[in-house]
Write a protein that binds this ligand. Structure first.
Ligand code: BES
Ligand code: MG
Ligand code: ZN
Length: 499
C-alpha cells in the first residue's frame, strides 16, 4: 500500500513564462477576448485562411470558455486551440481559473502546452490574469489516484508555459499563486486520503512538514492536553486507538509585537458518530471530517510560501470519533478547558467539543486579533446551503463583511446565518452548563451558539464547511471530491485586509 501523505507534486506539470512567440512544438493555446481580432503572432499560420474559416464555421466569437480546435495547423504544431475569455472587463479571479482548467482539460493528451496572450491597446491581459490561468491549469491537474494499481493513467502534460509580453509580471504573480495552489492541493489531498492512511499522527507529520517554509510547528500530545484540562476534546478521542493531537502552526511574517490572527480547524480524521453511531450509508465520506483542519494547514502553507506580511496562528484539533468500550457515552458530562461543563446528548456532535477546547486555548494563549474556525460541523448546513456556500456565523459584522467579500472575490462563497439568545437557550442543559445538541431545528445555528460560548469577546467567525470541502461539484479547475475550500478564501481575506 502506498502511504502517501505528501502531495503528489511530481505528477503536476512544470510551469514557465517566456516572451511572446509561437511555439514550434506541442499545442498552442491562443487566449481570445470576446470579439477580438486574431493576434498578430498567429497571422503566419493563417496564410491560407483556414484558421479564419474555422472560426467562422464554429461561430466562435470568444465567449468565455468557447473554443476552436485546429489539428496540425502547420508543419510543426500539433494543434492550435483558440480559447474564449469573454469580456475582459467582467472576468474575475475565478473566471481566469476556469479558463486555465479548461485549457488543461482540452489539452489533456498534449505533453507541452503553450498559452499565448497578446495584449494590445484594446486587450488588457495582465500578468496577474495569466498567473490565475496557470493556477487553474495546475489545480485541474491534481488527481487523487494514489491507490489505483490498474487503469492508472499517468498524466501526459509535463509542461505548461505562458508566452506573452507581460511574462515578467505573470512570473512575479505566479511566485505568489504557486504557493496558494500548493496550499489548495495539500488541503484537497488531506481530505481525499483514507482514514487508515491519514490518522492523527500522520496528519501531524504532514503539518510538521511546513517547518521547511519557516512555519513553527508545535505539537501537544495527550499528556499536555490533559494538563491543560482539555477534557471536551479528549473525550471525543476516548474510543480511538489513535492518540489525539493539537497542532499549532505559527507564521510570523508581520511586525514583531503585532497580535496574530488565528485560524482553528476541526480535524476529526474519521467520524463514525461514536456510540451514537451513524448509519452505514455514506459513512465513508467521514474520512473528510478533518476538512477544516486540512484547510487551515493548506492556508498556513499558502501564507508561508508567499511570505505573507502577517502574524498568523493555525491550530488544528486532531481526533478520531470511534465507538468502543472506552468511548464516551450519551449522558456523560465533561468539563472543558474553559471550566464550563457539557452534557453529551449525542456523541456524533463531536466537532464542537473539539473546537470548544481548541478555541479556548487559542484565545487564552495567543490573544489573537480575531479567530476564524473552519469545521465540517453539521449535516444541517447541507440542507440549508447545499454545496455552493459555506455557512458563516459571527459575533462581528466587520469580520463577516470582510469574509463575505473575500468569498465574492474568490468564488469560495459564504452566507451568513444568525446567532441570538433565543437559539442559545436551546443548548442549556438541566444537568450541566450546556448540552452538545440543541434538538431537531436550526441544527447549524445551535452548533454555532455552542462554539460562541468558548470565544468570549474575541472577534470570531465560524465557517461550517460540511457542504463545501467535500462531495464538491466538479468544475473546470477541480475534478476532486474535495475542493480545498477555504484556502483561497482566507488567503484572500488576509491579503485584502491584514497585510
Ligand atoms: N461530521 C458531522 C457533520 C457532517 C455531516 C459533515 C455530513 C459532512 C457531511 C458532524 O460531526 C455530525 O455528525 N453532526 C451531527 C450533529 C447532530 C448529532 C446534532 C449531524 O449533523 O447530524
Ligand atoms: Mg459527528
Ligand atoms: Zn464530525
Amino acid at each position: 500500500m502506498p502511504n502517501s501523505i505528501g502531495v503528489p507534486m511530481a505528477k503536476l506539470p512544470t510551469i514557465s513564462f517566456s516572451a511572446l512567440t509561437l511555439p514550434t512544438k506541442g499545442v498552442a493555446v491562443i487566449l481570445m477576448p470576446e470579439d477580438a481580432k486574431l493576434p498578430a503572432v498567429v497571422k503566419g499560420i493563417d496564410k491560407s485562411g483556414q484558421l479564419s474559416r474555422a472560426i467562422s464555421i464554429a461561430e466562435f466569437t470568444g465567449k468565455h470558455l468557447a473554443s476552436v480546435n485546429l489539428i496540425a495547423p502547420d508543419e510543426n504544431l500539433d494543434r492550435l486551440l483558440l480559447l474564449g475569455c469573454g469580456d475582459l472587463n467582467n472576468i474575475k479571479e475565478e473566471g481566469w481559473l476556469r479558463i486555465g482548467g479548461k485549457i488543461k482539460a482540452l489539452c489533456a493528451k498534449a505533453a507541452r502546452i503553450t498559452i499565448i496572450a497578446e495584449p494590445s491597446p484594446k486587450i488588457n491581459f495582465t500578468g496577474e490574469n495569466l498567473a490565475f490561468v496557470v493556477m487553474g491549469a495546475k489545480l485541474r491537474a491534481y488527481d487523487f489516484d494514489d491507490y489505483k494499481t490498474k487503469d492508472k493513467k499517468p498524466p501526459k502534460t509535463t509542461s505548461i508555459s505562458v508566452a506573452s509580453n507581460v511574462a515578467p509580471a505573470a512570473r512575479k504573480k505566479w511566485k505568489e499563486l504557486n504557493g496558494v495552489s500548493d496550499g489548495v492541493i495539500i488541503a484537497r489531498d488531506l481530505v481525499n486520503q483514507p482514514a487508515n492512511v491519514l490518522g492523527t499522527v500522520e496528519f501531524t507529520r504532514r503539518a510538521q512538514k511546513l517547518s521547511a517554509l519557516g512555519v513553527k510547528v508545535e505539537v501537544l500530545a495527550e499528556k499536555e492536553m490533559k494538563a491543560l484540562k482539555m477534557d471536551a476534546l479528549l473525550g471525543v478521542n476516548q474510543g480511538s486507538v489513535r492518540p489525539p493531537r493539537l497542532v499549532v502552526m505559527k507564521w510570523d511574517g508581520g511586525k514583531v509585537k503585532e497580535k496574530p490572527i488565528a485560524f482553528v480547524g476541526k480535524g476529526v480524521v474519521f467520524d463514525t458518530g461514536g456510540i451514537s453511531i451513524k448509519p452505514a450509508n455514506s459513512m465513508e465520506d467521514m474520512k473528510g471530517d478533518m476538512g477544516g483542519a486540512a484547510a487551515v494547514t493548506g492556508l498556513m502553507h499558502a501564507l508561508a510560501a508567499r511570505k505573507a506580511k502577517v502574524n498568523v496562528v493555525g491550530i488544528i484539533g486532531l481526533v478520531e470519533n470511534m465507538p468502543d468500550g472506552k468511548a464516551q457515552r450519551p449522558g456523560d458530562i465533561v468539563k472543558s478547558m474553559s471550566g464550563q461543563t457539557i452534557e453529551i446528548i449525542n456523541t456524533d456532535a463531536e466537532g464542537r467539543l473539539v473546537l470548544a477546547d481548541a478555541l479556548w486555548y487559542c484565545q487564552r494563549k495567543y490573544k489573537p486579533k480575531f479567530m476564524i474556525n473552519l469545521a465540517t460541523l453539521t449535516g444541517a448546513i447541507l440542507v440549508a446551503l447545499g454545496h455552493h456556500h459555506a455557512g458563516l456565523f459571527s459575533n462581528n459584522d466587520e469580520l463577516s463583511e470582510n469574509i463575505t467579500s473575500a468569498g465574492l472575490d474568490t468564488a469560495e462563497k459564504v452566507w451568513r446565518l444568525p446567532l441570538s439568545t433565543e437559539y442559545d437557550k436551546l443548548i442549556d442543559s438541566k444537568n450541566a452548563d450546556m448540552k452538545n445538541t440543541g434538538g431537531r431545528f436550526a441544527g447549524s445555528i445551535t452548533a454555532g451558539q455552542f462554539l460562541q460560548r468558548f470565544v468570549n469577546d474575541v472577534p470570531w467567525a465560524h465557517l461550517d464547511v460540511a457542504g463545501t470541502v467535500m462531495g464538491s461539484p466538479k468544475n473546470e479547475y477541480s475534478q476532486s471530491w474535495s475542493s480545498g475550500f477555504g484556502v483561497r478564501l482566507l488567503n484572500r481575506l488576509v491579503a485584502n485586509n491584514y497585510e
